[in-house]
Write a new protein. Structure first.
Length: 202
């Protein structure tokens, strides 16, 4: 009579092999790098990013301002600055994938866990708040504000020329009173990109 193989035990022994662990990490890292590349591409190609990248005289292609003005001047970025480039640079430093720690390896061997796991770190809105502050505007992060809402749109005045000499962006200022009844339209931005990244690496 043929004996029964204990596949769980065999699998656990295989996963103890340093060679196997290195191979699995290499495969997982390839998947991680592909997911990271797609994350950054989705962020840079998002209508909000494209509009802000367009500068002080871009059109409101994201639709967040109802077609009036643009996000670069509404958010009051300094003329000539590159807020999307700055955020992208910060994001790139927040990605990492590490092999299992010695403790994780020990626990996995003790409990014969049939898988290898890795520690993955990625950008979050919370981590990026310090890189996207607009304290003069509403005291928060413009990244989170895109999704949750940004006040004072009713007082936003846009000029598609360089006559606004005192404006940070040179094309938008805040009026002393409301000049319209419209409001900023929140839109999904970074959160869905993060969720898709997590789904790809699981």
């Amino acid at each position: 009579m043929a004996g029964k193989a204990n596949f769980a035990s065999i699998n656990a022994k295989i996963l103890k092999s340093k060679r196997v662990q290195d191979l699995v990490f290499s495969m997982a890292n390839t998947k991680f790098e592909e997911a990271k590349k797609q994350f950054m591409q989705e962020f840079n190609d998002h209508p909000v990013s494209v509009e802000i990248q367009g500068g002080a005289y871009a059109s409101n292609s994201s639709g967040t301002l109802g077609g009036y003005g643009n996000l670069f001047s509404f958010l009051g970025f300094e003329a000539g600055s590159n807020p999307i480039g700055e955020i992208s640079e910060a994001m790139n430093t927040m990605f990492s994938m590490e092999p299992p720690s010695a403790l994780r390896n020990f626990l996995r061997s003790v409990f014969n866990l049939p898988r290898l796991s890795f520690v993955v770190r990625h950008p979050t809105i919370s981590k990026l708040k310090k890189h996207s502050k607009l304290p003069w505007a509403f005291g928060g992060s413009w990244l989170s504000g895109i999704e949750s809402g940004i006040p004072n749109f009713a007082q936003y005045l846009y000029e598609d020329n360089s006559r606004l000499k005192t404006s940070r962006s040179k094309s938008g200022v805040e009026a002393e009173w409301s000049i319209r009844g419209a409001s900023f339209q929140p839109t999904p931005y970074l959160t869905p990109i993060i969720e898709r990244f997590i789904a790809r690496i699981q």
